[in-house]
Write a protein that binds this ligand. Sequence first.
Ligand code: ARG
Length: 230
Amino acid sequence: DTDTDTNPGEKKQLVVATSPDFPPFESLDGSDIVGIEPKLMQAIADKLGMELVWEQVDFDSIIPGIQAGRYDAGVAGISITADRLKNCDFSDPYFLANQVIVVNPGSDIQSKADLTGKTIAVQTGTTAETYCLDNGYEILSFASNIDAQAALTSGKADAWVVDNEVAVKMAGEQNLTVLDEAMTSEPYALAFAKGSDLVDQVNQALSQLLQDGTVEQIFQEYDTVYVSPL
Ligand code: ARG
């Protein structure tokens, strides 16, 4: 009877929470979590000599779960915000995104000026939700980003606000229109518990992967133009 916890050959686990409703960053292929960030996270775990363990949760449970010690890290296209910095630490940023408006073909919404008085689908707990609330727009919030998109296609919502690369990827599959207006500027980073010593280790691995072109190459594999946050 061997005690696996003290097996010296065994890698330390890195428990990572994600919300795989956000292609090309993370989505489900059967029961596998695939995309740019799972690839990036695997490359980081390899450098750290750790074994990745994925936990699949709603986006708005990621940071609370990290705070509660259920996960070591969160990777989910998480934008660094001042509010979140009160509850978690972030790695260095690795990508720059923005929020865009997605509409059905033929919509009378052509820019953010047209959003007033309309119903906008967003994912709960995201910067899209915060952006819409701060601007006084009427929102419908969904735990899953897939459901936010479905509210637009079914006509329950007049628009869907979401991160630009996700909009392009998911709208392309559904024949939706992505408006050409960047409403915010948001660096993505990995989230950790406040004071976690993983932050430094991950930053070292990340900086190597940024410098040697691995990060850019991962984005290329997913047909996504790499935008440096620096
Ligand atoms: N970047 C946005 C935010 O930080 C949206 C992230 C949503 N991620 C996801 N995997 N559904 O709020």
